[in-house]
Design a binder for this molecule. Structure first.
Ligand code: HEM
Length: 179
């Protein structure tokens, strides 16, 4: 819908119907899964993001050096990336389902789908290494780790768009002390 047909507060202009912006709760997009107003999802995603990079880094070092400790490190990093990713994803899903202004926006569901691709990939990577953590690295382990890095960057970038461009999960100032 052209921007001029939407009134400043987001409701569509008289005579123009937009089922999305007219939905009650469209502007209710503050985080509910939060501690003292700080969204838990934003706090928890740092762990799977960092561990996904660690798994790829350890794979590269194993490829370069042949030292088994790097294959072992990659095994642990890929497993913990998956488990922390599941926890961050569960928190994000609770946020998505419980906040009307987040649930109504297609962008939030796009983020969910990209995140599901990421979690499937992280789980596959870890599961594959359970068949033999050292032999699993080359070539499939390192390929999956490398692809996971690309997908985690896409997921994180897209999550940032939800927050910084669409203001989802942000405080509207209601809980701020006055003055
Ligand atoms: C699996 C389901 C997921 C859902 C439903 C989901 C949902 C959301 C939502 C609603 C936001 C907006 C902020 C908020 O309300 O907290 C967000 C932000 C974000 N998400 Fe997710 N998310 C999921 C998984 C992930 C995963 C696996 C990652 C990365 C490992 C991720 C990375 C991010 C990042 C980086 C932000 C921006 C945080 C900020 O800058 O404050 N998300 N996500």
């Amino acid at each position: 819908m052209p921007q001029e047909m939407i009134q400043p507060e987001g409701r569509s202009a008289p005579g123009v119907e937009d089922p999305i912006t007219d939905t009650a709760g469209y502007h209710d997009s503050e985080s509910r899964i939060a501690i003292w107003g700080h969204p838990l999802h934003a706090m928890s995603v740092a762990f799977p993001v960092a561990l996904t990079f660690c798994a790829f880094g350890a794979d590269l070092f194993y490829w370069w050096s042949g030292a088994t400790r790097w294959a072992w490190a990659a095994y642990w990093a890929s497993g913990t990336a998956f488990l922390f990713g599941l926890a961050a994803g569960a928190i994000g899903t609770l946020e998505l389902l419980s906040v009307p202004g987040i649930r109504i926006r297609a962008m939030a569901w796009t983020h969910f789908i990209i995140a599901m691709l990421l979690l499937s990939l992280l789980g596959l990577n870890w599961g594959w290494r359970m068949t033999g953590w050292q032999e699993a690295v080359l070539p499939w382990g390192i390929l999956m780790s490398g692809f996971s890095v690309l997908v985690v960057v896409a997921t994180g970038w897209h999550g940032g768009k939800l927050v910084f461009d669409y203001g989802l999960g942000t405080s509207k100032g209601s809980s701020r002390p006055s003055g």
